[in-house]
Design a protein around this ligand. Sequence first.
Ligand code: SF4
Ligand code: FES
Length: 274
Amino acid sequence: MVKEHDNLDSHGEQTLSLRLRVWRQSRGTTGHFEDHALAAVPTSASFLEMMDMLNEQLIKEGKDTFAFDHDCREGICGMCSMTINGMPHGPLPGVTTCQLHMRNFRDGEMITVEPWRAKAFPVIKDLAVNRSAFDKVIQAGGFITVRTGSATEANNTLIPKPVADEAMDAAECIGCGACVASCKNGSAMLFVGAKINHLNILPQGQPERERRTLAMVKTMDDAGFGNCTNYGECQAHCPKSITLDVIAKLNRDYLRARVKEFFSSTGKPRKGGD
Ligand code: SF4
Ligand code: FES
């Protein structure tokens, strides 16, 4: 996207001059955009490194820096929650904010940076939001029961390759929250679907399968996330390319768990005796 121009740094690398419109908000206030100009941004810099440059400039000017979350800067932790030009994690598909590079922007471009916008993710400060609602969903069922002590022989539990692959695909979810931020309903179904599918299809996840599904869905609803109406934006903005399939499978498992719960509560014997 970068055009050939004369902006070269001392290493001969192309640089950008940018206009940045960044969200500023303190707890208890409604927030507003602040405009800043930033020059000499190397095209090899990551988006977070560009934000670091902006904060260094603000420190030199004696102004308050912008708060934003980050940790691994390697696309693993899911902390870098920024909406860039209206798109969670920016314009590139399958990429987190920390792995987005400035060569994907134009010299002189105006870039708008906002926090995740979702009722269940209240703003803490500026671009940092509180995603503890996700932690509560994981606490409700994101675990399996295992015997402690010496590790079991791996080959004792054989898992067909397609099942292992599907579980690993779901396990790629890094809990970033872009699915929620991109959904007009603020739905967390892609995240919860990924977490439930990861465990529910493996043999180790069977003992808590129904309890896990019911508890995670209830916690999701209680946390204020919206319902899924198959809008599909979550899939488009997920940096780990989690697909809507996990939502269909979540719905199937939820129905199965509710039916089992119903027959358990009526005391009637179930087919198969389980
Ligand atoms: S499903 Fe994708 S967008 Fe949603 S939390 Fe997981 S990695 Fe992030
Ligand atoms: S900082 Fe960890 S995924 Fe972006």
